[in-house]
Design a binder for this molecule. Structure first.
Ligand code: 13P
Ligand code: SF4
Length: 331
């Protein structure tokens, strides 16, 4: 989206965003990968699961979602009566792009005895084709509730799927998608950094490839990594996920040192998510002012996608098992 920034010159954007937030009865939700200035003015900052729960529970009239499109769509699926705005509609995700719904439908049809356990980083159409959605913080718990004899397709992230398979011993058919951000970490540069900081633990997101995860002392979601940063032994942490999360670490533990794991060029700037970075204070202001760009989802599609998200929310809080979910979408 092109924002005419010259029209915004002289505006105190933070004050204006605050004014509009009250006027519109809006809640600003932000992911940990957002720029620090957005994280700092959000009403709530969280991982994908926390943000879904907040979007479902809020009594605001407007959700201004500072994250990527699949996250804002999830908010709309769970809270259809609310206006959901995303500051930049081009904020996509390489995992979503790697899994076109027609190809996913064909893959499902070719494996009729498998259920589809699908990472939330996918389109609404792929959610509608899935049985249960997972986030990185809920995947293991949900997987443990699926009977061992049940065959599973896991998509679209082959790294998260591979990590879960290795950790739980559960075989799954993996869709070959990757996150371009987590794929960009360099094992050689990580090893060099470990030599420079002997004893510093490495915390990694499970979207990282196995050759990075093999060096991690902790593997988990963004909220899990933040909890590890709080409680870890020592005062230096190497962080193998999108570097904007370090903002929250520094706020919580200003005396500790957090170092972003490097890409092949030896610095961590190539690991900034280009989609998350599209959101700016200017675009957030315009989104709240004009209530656009809005997320809209056709009702039939929304209801289909909601089933798999409801299954996630129920299984993540341990209130139902797979057997209680009613008919699955197995062909
Ligand atoms: P989390 O659910 O761990 O916040 O991950 C979201 C994401 O997009 C990671 O790339
Ligand atoms: Fe998608 Fe990767 Fe960006 Fe997360 S970091 S939103 S998985 S491209």
């Amino acid at each position: 989206m092109t924002v005419q920034t010259q029209d915004l010159q002289g505006l105190d954007l933070r004050a204006e965003i605050d004014r509009l937030r009250k006027e519109r009865n809006a809640v600003i939700l932000a992911h940990y990968y957002q720029k620090p200035e957005i994280q700092d003015l959000a009403d709530f900052v969280g991982d994908s699961l926390d943000l879904s729960r907040k979007a479902q529970a809020t009594d605001a009239d407007v959700i201004a979602f500072c994250g990527v499109r699949f996250m804002a769509e999830t908010a709309k699926i769970l809270s259809p009566e609310k206006i959901v705005v995303l500051p930049d509609m081009d904020a996509g995700c390489s995992l979503e792009d790697s899994c076109p719904p027609e190809q996913f439908a064909a893959f499902r049809a070719a494996h009729p005895d498998h259920i589809a356990l699908t990472y939330i980083n996918c389109s609404t159409e792929v959610k509608a084709l899935s049985d249960v959605i997972v986030t990185s913080s809920s995947a293991e718990k949900i997987l443990s509730q699926i009977p061992p004899e049940q065959k599973i397709i896991f998509g679209p992230d082959k790294n998260l799927g591979g990590y879960l398979a290795r950790k739980t011993g559960r075989e799954m058919l993996l869709w070959p998608g990757v996150c371009i951000v987590h794929e960009a970490f360099s094992e050689t540069e990580l090893l060099k950094l470990q030599i420079e900081h002997p004893g510093a633990p490495v915390a990694a997101h499970p979207e990282c490839p196995p050759y990075i995860l093999d060096h991690a002392d902790y593997v988990g979601s963004t909220s899990g990594i933040l909890a590890f940063a709080d409680t870890m032994p020592g005062d230096t942490l190497i962080v193998a996920t999108e570097p904007h999360i370090i903002h929250q670490m520094q706020k919580a533990a200003p005396l500790k040192t957090f170092i972003g794991a490097p890409g092949a060029d030896g610095n961590c700037n190539c690991n900034i998510c280009p989609y998350m970075a599209l959101n700016t204070l200017e675009k957030l202001y315009v989104a709240l002012r004009d209530l656009t760009p809005r997320v809209e989802i056709e009702e039939g599609l929304r209801l289909q996608a909601k089933k798999s998200l409801d299954a996630m929310l129920a299984m993540a809080s341990g209130t139902v098992g797979l057997g209680d979910l009613g008919p699955l979408k197995v062909a």
